[in-house]
Structure formats: structure tokens, C-alpha cells
Design a binder for this molecule. Structure first.
Ligand SMILES: Nc1ncnc2c1ncn2[C@@H]1O[C@H](COP(=O)(O)OP(=O)(O)OP(=O)(O)O)[C@@H](O)[C@H]1O
Ligand SMILES: [Mg+2]
Length: 382
């Protein structure tokens, strides 16, 4: 296990006249034995960061340290990739198609010129742990997707690395085996004891595996913390969207005595205690047009003709009416998109029965489960 410190790392790619800032001023401290997740959309800089940690790419500026010792610093590699004691698993697994699975896994040991008996023992040990003993004599193509992925893991782990780097390792797997793969990833860390860093665009990977997360967006780390804290208290709309689906509605906000009143025309009307806003450490008070944000799981809709007949979870208050635009089947429930009369704003939520387009529903929100964002910067107000 190894502790990783990334200090003020910037990576600039220059090709002909085109400059790409892939990473800017990245600071991350990853404890020894940690499972750290980096969440970000396509092109945000995730792979570049992994390659810099691995020593496959040189940081233009800044320092990467392993156990407090710089391994890359200011445009120089100090410790080469082969001396960093790391294992890597990539999205496409990068197995050698002409080699058997055994030889794929043995590859890092062959480079070390280990004795045949030691290679044999070590490959068989790790293959047993990953339950791929029966495909060792086959070629990668002759194994299932899940097995190929485990061959890639075995090759990454065969040298007992102190650090495992996972770059979108599950994106080529069917949904049904993704969870199996996540589970054995966690178990491998418990058994073998390594520091792990996973980068992914899929919040499910991060929430199932990592204890700490950094959200990266357009080359910048936007927020770090425990996954659940980043999920419930995002610093911006971009972070909210990176961690899962999120609704935003442009609302008008007016201060009204001890409350803020939020409205969309006369279709949405909601009061929030002013103390809730002033208590927080925000310096910006909401005024004019702001973005109201909430998770689709944090809004309840009930057909207007049935409203009042059901018990609501604590804290939810009626705050207006919307009309069903479309309702479609989605993973065991119905995904419903709703719009407001005379407004272009819309939002979506999940409902356990299909709703009909045009149907009127009452909307219920919980003031503790919403956020307001600056409509120009997308930054959190509270
Ligand atoms: N070798 C390179 N030369 C020039 N530009 C590069 C190079 N590698 C990456 N980039 C650019 O740096 C930015 C970050 O790329 P990177 O591959 O790190 O993103 P990513 O978050 O891994 O994306 P994805 O989720 O699609 O894999 C992109 O704009 C990309 O085009
Ligand atoms: Mg990538």
C-alpha cells in the first residue's frame, strides 16, 4: 500500500498550434490503503491523471509523490513506470490477443525474468483467486467478457502492486455482471491490500467502491469528499450531474419576511425559511432568477384528482401543479417528464404507475432536499 500526493499538477498538450489544458492545478491526497474514486464526464482529464500517476505521462507542472517521495516533478519523471510498483486495468483491458491468458498474466513476471516455477506458482495463485483457472490455456477471445476482465485484473495484480489504477474497468461489461465485478474488486483489495484509484463517468462505480471521491470537470477538480456528501451537497450543478441525475428549474425568488418565496409563474410556489439560508456559510443571498435543483428521487408527484388521499413522507410540502409530458417504462418504474403551463421549464421523476400525457399532477418537494444555484455560474447558493 502506498500514499499518493498530487500537488498543483497541470498537464498541457501542445500539438502544432493547438494547446489543450488536460489538467489544471490538481491537488489530491490519497491515503495508504484508500479506495479513491475520480468521477467526471468524457474529456474531463481522468485518463490523463491516471497516466500521470502511473508515470506514462509527464506533468507539465507540479509534483506527484508516492509515500512522500516525488516520483514526477515539474516536467520530469523521477521514478519510471516499471519502478512504481503499480498495476493497471484499462477500459478495453488491453490483453495481448496472440498470447494465452496464462501468458498474458505471466507477462509482467517474464519481464522480471522470474524462474519458470515461480511464474507458474504465482499465475496459478492469482488465477485461482479470480476464478479463471479453467481459461488459462485459452486465448482472450475464447473467454467471456467477465473472464477477460478478470484476466486483466490478474495481470495487473500478479506482481502484488502497492497501487492499483482502474480506468473505466467495467464499461465493457454487461449490466448484470458489472455488480459482480465491483464486488470482487472490493474483495481483492481486502485480500491483497493495495491502494486503489478508479476513474469513471459512472457514479455507480464510485458509490459501490470508493470511500473518497474527487469530481473532475473540464480539467479541474471541483469537489472532494465522501461520495454521499458530494451527492447530497454538491458545490455546483456540474457536480450534482456528475454524481447522478439532477433536475434544475429556473425560478424567481423573492424575499418575503422570514421566508424566501420561489415561483415559476403561478404553477410552482414554495417557501423556504430564511434562517436556512443565512445559517450556512454562503455569502450570496438568492435574488431574482436562480436555479432550483433537486434529484428526481426527491420529488413526489400525485395525480391532482387523487391528491390529499395519500400520506406523504415527512418534510414534503405541496408546491404547485405540473402536466405530464411523457411517461416511459424505466428499470421497474416509470420515468415521467413534467412541464409547467406557460413555461418552458420541465423536470422528471419516477413513479410506480404510468401517467398519461396531459394528466395534471400535484408536486411535492422537501425544502431540506433542494438546493439553489446561481443561474449564471451554476455555483451553489445554499
Ligand atoms: N496525447 C494527447 N494529445 C493531445 N491531447 C490529448 C492527449 N491525451 C488527451 N488529450 C486531451 O486532453 C483532454 C482530456 O483527455 P482524457 O483522455 O484525460 O479525458 P477522459 O476524462 O479520460 O475522457 P474519457 O471519459 O472520454 O476517457 C481531452 O481534451 C483530450 O482530447
Ligand atoms: Mg479516459
Amino acid at each position: 500500500m502506498v500514499q499518493i500526493n498530487i500537488e498543483n499538477v497541470t498537464k498541457k498538450f501542445e500539438k502544432k498550434n493547438k494547446v489543450t489544458m488536460a489538467l489544471q492545478h490538481i491537488n489530491l491526497d490519497i491515503d495508504s490503503g484508500e479506495f479513491f474514486g475520480i468521477l467526471g464526464s468524457s474529456g474531463s482529464g481522468k485518463t490523463t491523471l491516471m497516466r500521470i500517476i502511473a508515470g506514462l505521462e509527464i506533468p507539465t507542472e507540479g509534483t506527484v509523490s508516492f509515500d512522500q517521495k516525488p516520483v514526477s516533478k515539474d516536467n520530469k519523471i523521477i521514478t519510471e513506470v516499471e519502478d512504481r510498483n503499480i498495476g493497471m486495468v484499462f477500459q478495453n483491458w488491453a490483453l495481448y490477443p496472440h498470447l494465452t491468458n496464462f501468458e498474458n498474466i505471466a507477462f509482467p513476471l517474464r519481464i522480471m525474468r522470474l524462474k519458470e516455477s515461480a511464474v507458474n506458482r504465482r499465475v496459478k495463485e492469482i488465477a485461482e483467486l479470480l476464478d479463471i483457472s479453467e481459461v488459462l490455456n485459452k486465448h482472450p477471445k475464447e473467454a467471456s467478457g467477465g473472464q477477460q476482465q478478470r484476466v486483466a485484473y490478474a495481470r495487473a495484480l500478479v506482481k502484488n502492486p502497492a497501487l492499483l489504477l482502474l480506468d473505466e474497468p467495467f464499461s465493457n461489461l454487461d449490466a448484470t455482471i458489472k455488480d459482480v465485478a465491483r464486488k470482487y474488486t472490493k474483495e481483492l483489495q481486502n485480500i491483497l491490500g493495495f491502494t486503489a484509484i478508479i476513474v469513471s463517468h459512472d457514479p455507480a462505480d464510485i458509490f459501490s467502491l470508493s470511500r473518497q471521491v474527487g469530481v473532475i470537470n473540464k480539467s479541474l477538480i471541483m469537489q472532494t469528499g465522501k461520495p454521499i456528501d458530494v451527492f447530497t451537497d454538491p458545490v455546483s450543478i456540474e457536480v450534482a450531474r456528475s454524481t447522478g441525475e439532477y433536475n434544475t428549474i429556473l425560478v424567481n425568488v423573492k424575499e418575503n419576511g422570514l421566508r424566501y418565496n420561489l415561483s415559476v409563474g403561478n404553477m410552482l410556489n414554495m417557501d423556504i425559511d430564511i434562517s436556512k439560508v443565512k445559517k450556512s456559510d454562503t455569502i450570496e443571498y438568492p435574488a431574482g432568477e436562480v436555479l432550483l435543483g433537486f434529484r428526481p428521487s426527491d420529488v413526489i408527484v400525485i395525480p391532482s384528482d387523487m391528491a390529499g388521499s395519500s400520506d406523504l413522507p415527512r418534510g414534503f410540502k405541496e408546491c404547485g401543479e405540473a402536466e405530464v409530458a411523457i411517461s416511459s417504462y424505466y428499470q421497474g418504474s416509470f420515468r415521467v417528464t413534467l412541464s409547467f403551463k406557460d413555461s418552458s421549464e420541465s423536470f422528471f421523476c419516477f413513479h410506480n404507475t404510468p401517467l398519461q400525457p396531459g394528466e395534471k399532477v400535484n408536486i411535492y418537494l422537501n425544502p431540506d432536499l433542494i438546493h439553489l444555484f446561481n443561474a449564471k455560474t451554476n455555483k451553489i447558493i445554499f
